[in-house]
Every structure is written in structure tokens, then in C-alpha cells.
Write a protein of this length. Structure first.
Length: 422
């Protein structure tokens, strides 16, 4: 029940921010707003302030800003305070500010997470050489003390040190008591990763590890008899056994025991577009928090907003080209599960999730599809160029067709959710 309430709150925030963007833009443009509604259907709560009635409706999935003159008329005659009576640039401003507020919310939430909680990085400063690089294998398992003559105390410091553009980077490490200095070409940095111990930091509720009784602090010693030396080996081994019974040997409080577990099959998609099925048991790797300044957090939030937007765009592009797996699309049930699972880990994780959902809403609403903000933007741009309005009957028919398709898409997504979880 708590998950349902929390999900409704999250959706309410996303919808309110979106509609508030439309509302503010309308008021700034001199458009009369008759109703600001969160949800659809009969009002549960309502209060009139000035010319606008503010409503919380019975069905919380969605919302709207009812502006005067927003319905097309055959004679195309509108008053100065009506939406369709505004010049094209004002209509564009009003329509765009709703999605933009979602983008802005995503950025702010990313910043809050970084500024208040810091950034999560692998623990310690040990490195792992996964690729077949004989010249660098001597560094495998070493502890980094300096990079480019800058002392480093954690993995975040290492990432900052190598972010400086250079053909190569000087690593000073300690291994088996010996200090080693090695120049590493910039092109090989991607082959150097953090060496993370195979220790369970958290167990995801309802996943195979949860049902098998794994606990935070457990160390995975071996899988099917093969020793596990690091987290990457652990992930690779579990991933290669979707749906198979796997024997884990774990160490807990100094004692070893064996546990059988069946990794849950998950569909993933590589950047190349290749779709594969891998095993997941629902354990989270250990990390540490590194505090950053509020100013530094602004830059990190901007980068995260940009990266998240690109990732969503690429996924949508993949859906159109057939490179993305449509089964990865989730609806209200998926969102609810994500909110519930994430909330168990803390407010910082929930902030990041809501930020991603808000950016999703920004991008989806900008798609030029009838019924979405992106369609209205396209129409107003065309009308501005040709200085002619779309005939009212055509606009109405296109809008109805768009809503019908959106309803079908929503039903299809709900079906995928039900198939996924039930």
C-alpha cells in the first residue's frame, strides 16, 4: 500500500510540474486559464483563485490546463485572452514550457542528489585490468596512490585526474609493498576498471537472492566451484546462467556455506543494438559516497541530464528502427515497482529515479504525435511559416485519431506490465 501511495505522489509531482509549466506560460502570455487540474474525472478537491479553478480529480493519471479558446472554431475568431487567438510564438511558448519544466525538474533533482548526498563510486582505489594487456597486467589489483602527480584517495579522484585531456597518464600504484609507476595511454583507459570485492551490499526485494536468503555483507567465494576474485567475475558468471541452477559458496561471519539459486532471465540491449538474455539475482555491489560541492554538483547534474536525454532518445530511435526491444517498455506497474524498490534504498536513489522519469516525460511529450505537446509544436511552427491555421474539422479529427492511438499504446504497455510481473 505504501508503494501505491508513493507512486501516486511521484506521478502527482511529475504531472503538477508539467501542467504548472503550461499554466505559468499561459499567464505570462495573457491567456485566461479556466481550470488547472491534476488528474481527470470528477473533482475531489477544488478551489477557485481569481479566474482559475484549481482541481485535484478522481483519476490521478494525467492532468490538464483548460485555457479559454483552446478548442478550434470554424470561423477561427478568438479573443485576445484566448489561447488560439495568440500569435504562433506565444502558443509555442505555452506548449513547450510544460515539457521543459519536466526537464528542469530532472536537472534540479539530479543536482539535489549530488549536492546533498554526494556521488556514488566503487569503494577504495584498487584497479582491475580485464583486457589481455600483458604490459599492464602488473597493475591488476594494485592500489592507486597518484595519477598525473595528483594524490588520489578514492575512485572519484581517479576519474577526475584522468579527465584531463592527454595522450597518456602517469599512474603511481602500490602492489605487494612495491611502488610502481606506469604511463598508460589514454586509448587504454577504458580497459582499466575499479576492482570491486564480490561482497553483497544490498539485496533487491523479491529477486532470487532475496528468496535464497543472501544478506548484506555476504562474500561470494565461488560459483559452481570456480573461485570468484572480483565483482566483474561474479557478474559475468551469473549473467551467463539465465534460468539455470547455480551453486554459490558464500562467506558469512567467517563461516562458509553453499546456496543454490536460479538467476532470473533479463533482456538487455547493447549500444550496438544486439539484444541478449542474461541472468540476474538481485544483488548490489558495494560503493562509497564522495561529497562534492554544490557548484560541482551543478556541472554533474547538467552532464547527467544530457546523458539521460541522449539515452532515452537512442532507445526511442531504436524502437522505430527495430534495434530496441519493445519488451523493455514499462508502464504504470513498472513505474510503481521501480519506485517501491528504489525507495527502500533511500531518498537519494528516489531522487535520481524521479529525475529520470521526469526527463522521460519531457522527451515523450515532445514527440510529434497527435495528442502530445510535440504535435502542437509542429502544427504551430507550420502555421507560423505559412501564416494559415489548420482547419478546425481537420484538427479535431487528427486529435481524435491521436488520442485513440495513445490509448492503444497505453493498453499495450499495461499488457506488457501484466505479462512481466504476473
Amino acid at each position: 500500500m505504501l508503494t501505491v501511495i508513493l507512486t501516486l505522489i511521484v506521478l502527482g509531482v511529475l504531472i503538477t510540474i508539467h501542467e504548472f509549466g503550461h499554466f505559468i506560460a499561459a499567464k505570462l502570455s495573457g491567456v485566461r486559464v479556466r481550470r488547472f487540474s491534476i488528474g481527470f474525472g470528477p473533482p475531489v478537491l477544488k478551489k477557485k483563485i481569481g479566474e482559475t479553478e484549481f482541481v485535484i480529480a478522481a483519476v490521478p493519471f494525467g492532468g490538464y490546463v483548460d485555457m479559454a479558446g483552446s478548442d478550434p472554431r470554424e470561423d477561427q475568431k478568438y479573443e485576445k485572452d484566448e489561447f488560439l487567438g495568440q500569435p504562433s510564438y506565444k502558443k509555442l511558448f505555452i506548449v513547450f514550457l510544460g515539457p521543459f519544466f519536466n526537464l528542469l525538474l530532472g536537472f534540479v533533482l539530479f543536482w539535489m542528489s549530488y549536492a546533498f548526498y554526494g556521488v556514488e563510486v566503487p569503494p577504495g582505489r584498487w584497479i582491475s585490468i580485464e583486457a589481455d594487456l600483458p604490459n599492464l597486467k602488473v597493475l591488476d589489483g594494485a592500489e592507486v596512490v597518484k595519477v598525473n602527480n595528483r594524490p588520489v584517495s578514492n575512485w572519484f579522484d581517479i576519474l577526475n585526474a584522468v579527465s584531463v585531456k592527454s595522450d597518456s597518464h602517469l599512474f603511481v600504484v602500490v602492489k605487494d609493498g612495491d611502488t610502481i609507476s606506469e604511463w598508460i595511454p589514454d586509448s587504454l583507459l577504458s580497459d582499466i576498471t575499479a576492482k570491486i570485492p564480490p561482497v553483497v551490499a544490498r539485496v533487491q526485494f523479491g529477486m532470487p537472492a532475496y528468496h535464497a536468503g543472501l544478506q548484506p555483507g555476504d562474500t561470494i567465494v565461488a560459483i559452481n566451484g570456480a573461485p570468484v576474485r572480483g565483482w566483474n567475475e561474479l557478474v559475468d558468471s551469473i549473467s551467463s546462467h539465465p534460468g539455470d541452477t547455480v551453486l554459490l559458496r558464500i562467506k558469512r561471519n567467517g563461516e562458509e556455506k553453499e546456496v543454490t539459486i536460479v538467476p532470473m532471465p533479463f533482456t538487455i540491449q547493447a549500444e550496438s543494438g544486439k539484444v541478449d538474455t542474461v541472468g540476474r539475482i538481485g544483488i548490489i555491489a558495494p560503493t562509497e559516497r564522495v561529497r562534492v560541492s554544490s557548484v560541482r554538483a551543478l556541472g554533474m547534474a547538467l552532464d547527467k541530464t544530457w546523458e539521460s536525454s541522449l539515452l532515452i532518445f537512442r532507445f526511442l530511435e531504436g524502437l522505430l528502427t527495430g534495434k530496441s526491444d519493445y519488451r523493455q517498455v514499462g508502464g504504470i506497474i513498472t513505474i510503481g515497482k521501480m519506485v517501491g524498490d528504489t525507495a527502500r534504498y533511500g531518498l537519494d536513489y528516489l531522487l535520481m529515479l524521479v529525475a529520470l522519469l521526469s526527463i522521460n516525460l519531457f522527451i515523450i511529450n515532445l514527440l510529434p504525435f497527435p495528442g502530445l505537446d510535440g504535435w502542437h509544436i509542429l502544427v504551430f511552427v507550420v502555421e507560423g511559416v505559412f501564416r494559415r491555421r489548420m482547419p478546425a474539422k481537420i484538427a479535431e479529427v487528427v486529435q481524435l485519431i491521436g488520442y485513440a492511438f495513445l490509448l492503444l499504446i497505453m493498453l499495450a504497455v499495461i499488457y506488457l506490465d501484466i505479462k512481466r510481473f504476473f
